[in-house]
Design a protein around this ligand. Sequence first.
Ligand code: PLP
Length: 358
Amino acid sequence: MTELAKFFVPGPTWVRPEILQAMMRPMIGHRSPEFREMYGRIRADLKTLFNTTGDTFVVTSSGTGVMQAALENCVKRRVLVTTCGAFSERWFNIAQSLGLDVDRLDSGWGNAVDPAALANHLVSRRAQYDAVTLTHNETSTGITNDIATLAAIIRDESPDTLVLVDAVSSLAGMPVLTDEWKLDVCLASVQKGLALPPGITVVTTSEAALERARKHPYRGTYFDFLEYKKKADEDSVPSTPSIPHIYGLERQLDEILRVETLEKRFARHREMRDITLERTASYATIAGDRTYASTTVSALRPSKSADSIRSEMKKRGFTIGGGYGEWKDSTFRIGHMGDITIDALNAMLAVLGEVATA
Ligand code: PLP
């Protein structure tokens, strides 16, 4: 029997031993026919995962790199960043570091981005933003934003504005409907819902995003979406990728799409969220707005010290996530994402219950 996971950090998440094994295959050249075949299969599977007919790429970088890439390729001057926690704020910091003209619509930690506030902002500013950034699942607070509604508002109020979406802790844990929601860039690093070791990021781009990049001459080299597109059309990549990750990704996409299936995977994640909230309710409250409680990560505010709970869990062999940013001392987080099983989660929650009420 496979050993149950004891690692419940909301990224990097636990990786199955079979996947680690798959990543240890001997090297192949990234310009070889074997690589092209493998990358072609991966790109097709990514279209299924992202629910898109758009272009899909793999970038050897963590998610932050591709957030920066999205801004570098798609924003010439003005961008609106919607924030509701630490990772949505990261868009703001990157935009500032690039010298962009950046506005921020803040909903406050623990809340979802308010559609009405977004609509009001877009109407009242009458600002022509090159892009708006959205964060599908705010990992620091355990909140899932309603991207369908938010993206539709941007489309209605400002049709030429691109919609850039961080799906880092949502992809492969809940539906991401890129085409239906009309997203222009949607990205996810793989150490969360895809349950791979950290190191690469998957991304999809719309034709409008690529068209914008074409008009923007100084896109840099490493993260140039047009280079990714040109090479992807030949099932290739601009520079040497992390080949072990590509092996792991090919295997994981097969397992997710054809062995477990997306429907069952999403149902398992919903069940993990519900079990977590139910079994911790007597000693911890959900830190954010329950209506938007994430199916991949729960941020909980315990009656006892969060720090002592985490260190006591560590002594018993379990790692759970710490609080983040403004909520560092008052919360802990449980990552119930990727390949974590219901059995593993229940085994951990049994011990957590003892520790938190001792
Ligand atoms: N966005 C979200 C929602 C995240 O949870 C994280 C990492 O935890 C990031 C962005 C940053 O991704 P990376 O650490 O892969 O750069």
